[in-house]
Design a protein around this ligand. Structure first.
Ligand SMILES: *Cc1c(COP(=O)(O)O)cnc(C)c1O
Length: 380
């Protein structure tokens, strides 16, 4: 019997009470019982999102929430800013293009984060920008964006700020209301420690006002319909009932831990993992100033095939890490800290990484990564 340790940035490792809730018999959704569950879920999500805005629950993967943001906010030929610095920023551009939106793409190097000054420059030059789309944690590069600084810039304009927080919500800080974020999109299978299947979208009054003007076609992802149903503690379509029930378990755990504590827990796991990488002679893809505490992107030595490394870790040892995407495919691995994980899970992953790197011919002192992480965990 092999273990199945998920050190991947979605899906993530589930807590036992979430697994237990997922095993319960199904109930019907048009019932007072489910309405009570739905209400608890929405209230809990507002806490995690740090918002008083509406939070809508959609049944889809995270990308459905992103599509909802684009097709509800904008109309064909509207202008928007997107960031090309990783796979998921690129997704905002592709979604805009699919809906005929004129995306002004800010191109940045993989491993860097867009700055507020860069966003401000485009907003100053283009007077008709309706929306700015950014990514909290660019999972493909392990970068966290300074949303607070970008919020300062965008809130002084007519544009709305839309944040893909699918990766990172619950693991790194995102103060939706304090930072002036109009729309936040999240998904169930990352920081919220659930199976995939739910997307969450928070909407500010500034964003609702823009939605009134949108002429793009929409049906399943019509957020006005979702809001109308939510006002009656209902959903327009059959929700993923079981995952909503399990969501209340994960929210309970997150509330009991406290958001601040959770953020510092994940920061600690990330820093220990970075110390291990350094001790193994490996550099990181993301720059120090913006490296994420949700996922650590490790550059591999020349000649070590990252796809093969990840496959051996998974198939031989039952420990799953993510490989690289696009330009860095085969060149990096990504170790996630999100999910129900602690320092011993990190040490297990690092030990396995060492074993396979050693077998593949990378030269280093066996145990050096584990020792560096242990030292960090036991002194910090
Ligand atoms: C995982 C992820 C998504 C995509 O979510 P799906 O649930 O696969 O649709 C979008 N953005 C970011 C930053 C992600 O990490």
């Amino acid at each position: 019997m092999k273990r199945n340790l998920l050190l991947t940035p979605g899906p993530t490792q589930l807590p036992a009470p979430v697994c237990e809730a997922l095993g319960r018999p199904i109930i019907h959704h048009r019932t007072p019982q489910f309405q009570a569950i739905l209400k608890e879920a929405v209230d809990g999500l507002k806490h995690i999102f740090q918002t008083k805005n509406d939070v809508l629950i959609l049944t889809s993967s995270g990308t459905g929430g992103m599509e909802a943001a684009v097709c509800n906010l904008l109309s064909p030929k509207d202008q928007a800013i997107t960031v090309d610095g990783g796979k998921f920023g690129e997704r905002w551009t592709e979604l805009c293009q699919a809906y005929g939106v004129d995306a002004k793409v800010l191109k940045i190097k993989w491993g860097q984060a867009p700055t507020a000054a860069q966003i401000k420059q485009i907003l100053d030059e283009e007077k008709n920008i309706k929306a700015v789309f950014v990514t909290l944690v660019e999972t493909s590069t392990g970068v966290t964006t300074d949303i607070k600084a970008i919020g300062e810039v965008v809130k002084k304009t007519n544009a709305v700020l839309v944040v893909d927080a699918i990766s990172g919500l619950g693991a790194v800080d995102l103060q939706t209301d304090n930072w002036g974020v109009d729309v936040v999109v999240a998904g169930s299978q990352k920081g919220l420690m659930l199976p995939p299947g739910l997307a969450f979208v928070s909407v500010s009054s500034k964003a609702w006002a823009l939605m009134e003007k949108s002429t793009n076609p929409k049906y399943y992802f019509n957020l006005k319909e979702a809001k109308k149903a939510a006002e009656k503690t209902d959903t327009p379509f059959t929700p993923a009932i079981g995952i909503v029930i399990a969501l209340n378990e994960s929210i309970k755990l997150m509330k009991a831990a406290g958001l601040e504590k959770l953020f510092s827990h994940y920061a600690r796991l990330a820093k220990g993992t970075r110390a291990a990488a350094q001790a193994l002679g490996l550099s990181l893809l993301a720059e120090d100033s913006c490296i994420s505490n949700a996922v650590t992107p490790i550059n591999l030595p020349v000649g070590i095939d990252g796809e093969k490394l990840a496959k051996i870790m998974r198939d031989t040892h039952g420990i799953t890490v993510a490989g690289g995407q696009d330009a860095v495919k085969g060149k990096i691995i990504r170790i996630s800290h999100m999910g129900c994980l602690d320092e011993y899970d990190m040490l297990t992953g690092i030990a396995c990484l060492e074993k396979v790197l050693h077998e593949m011919g990378h030269k280093f002192q066996l145990g050096a990564g584990v020792a560096a992480a242990q030292k960090f965990f036991n002194t910090k």
